[in-house]
Unconditional design. Structure first.
Length: 334
């Protein structure tokens, strides 16, 4: 068997949530199903992994697992027979067959004698029949079985599912704390860190990735072209850069910029996201009223939706159409 050891990070902002959830077990009042609502990039997978390791450890010391017992070693090598993680790859959908498979596992006695963990890492990936089948398990859960479910969406999948779980909201850390962490990650300078953090909904891990994956540079480039195209009153000039890589992300960045323009328009300057792009933001907040800004955000949101949900489409044509429509709204062309 492979002897690879898994080193799972323990991010500083996860320490409290970890303790809160472990405390429930120490007080002998654990809920058998935990549904964590959160955003991506906060390390929720790591959180569940550490909690599971504690739940499976045979020699826990207060809130710590021992890291030495057989169970801890099995977890560290990724081979624990009572730890069942589903949706390891992002495109995986959970069907009723998966739930049947889960059923078979949970009604057996735990192989290592302690607990069993079922981890469903994104409930949006469950089909409706899978949810219904899962509900039965959650209604009459077998002993020593703990479910962890994660929901990244704002939309409620099923209120019955919610009612059978204990809901825990995992929020991004305070900006100050995230910045402290980012500043210790040997990245670019502080200005970049704050902007990257705000672009990524306050998620420190996503912000770090944003900088180290070169997205910061892509964004900078996009806005250089964007500013030029606005000065020339020809939005089609951003087409080459918009249509190549990360089109959806680039649309998000444009929308965030428009949100900033709205904020400035209403004189609310506290949490401007793109404060390195004031010239662009001011162009919009000074020349247009909120109705036009709002309309602009709407057409971009619609365009983004079409791009991400309708597969057989000529992306470039759609973007040309979108840019021309926007030129009209901005009165570049009459
Ligand atoms: Zn242990």
């Amino acid at each position: 068997m492979a002897s690879k050891t898994i080193h799972m990070k323990f991010y500083p902002w996860l320490k409290n949530p970890y303790k809160i959830i472990i405390k429930q077990h120490q007080n002998k009042k654990p809920h058998h199903a935990f549904l964590i609502k959160t955003i991506k990039g906060l390390g929720v997978f790591e959180l569940i992994w550490h909690i599971s390791k504690w739940l499976l450890c045979n020699a826990v010391n207060n809130t710590k697992y021992c890291n030495k017992c057989h169970s801890c070693k099995l977890m560290s090598s990724g081979n624990h027979p009572d730890w069942h993680q589903y949706m390891k790859n992002p495109s995986e959908i959970i069907t009723i067959d998966h739930i049947r498979e889960i059923n078979e596992k949970i009604f057996k006695y735990p192989q290592q004698g302690k607990n069993k963990i079922i981890f469903l890492s994104d409930i949006q990936k469950l089909t409706e029949s899978a949810i219904n089948a899962l509900l039965k398990n959650l209604e009459e859960p077998p002993e020593k079985t703990y479910f962890f479910l994660i929901d990244y969406s704002n939309l409620k999948v099923s209120s019955t599912l919610y009612s059978r779980c204990l809901i825990y909201k995992l929020f991004p850390p305070k900006e100050k704390n995230s910045l402290n962490w980012l500043n210790n990650q040997k990245l670019l300078n502080k200005t970049f860190n704050i902007i990257s953090l705000r672009i990524n909904q306050g998620s420190p891990i996503s912000a770090k990735k944003f900088i180290s994956d070169g997205l910061w540079e892509e964004r900078k480039n996009l806005f250089i072209y964007f500013l030029k195209s606005i000065k020339d009153k020809n939005l089609l000039k951003i087409l080459p850069i918009l249509s190549v890589n990360n089109t959806l992300l680039k649309i998000d960045w444009i929308c965030l910029l428009l949100f900033d323009a709205m904020q400035i328009y209403f004189n609310y300057k506290k949490k401007i996201i793109n404060f390195d792009q004031l010239e662009l933001i001011q162009f919009f907040s000074c020349n247009y009223n909120y109705l036009i800004l709002d309309k602009s955000i709407q057409i971009w949101t619609k365009c983004r939706y079409t791009l991400s949900n309708i597969p057989v489409i000529n992306n470039e044509l759609l973007l040309i159409e979108q840019l021309l429509k926007w030129e009209k709204i901005l009165s570049f062309i009459v």
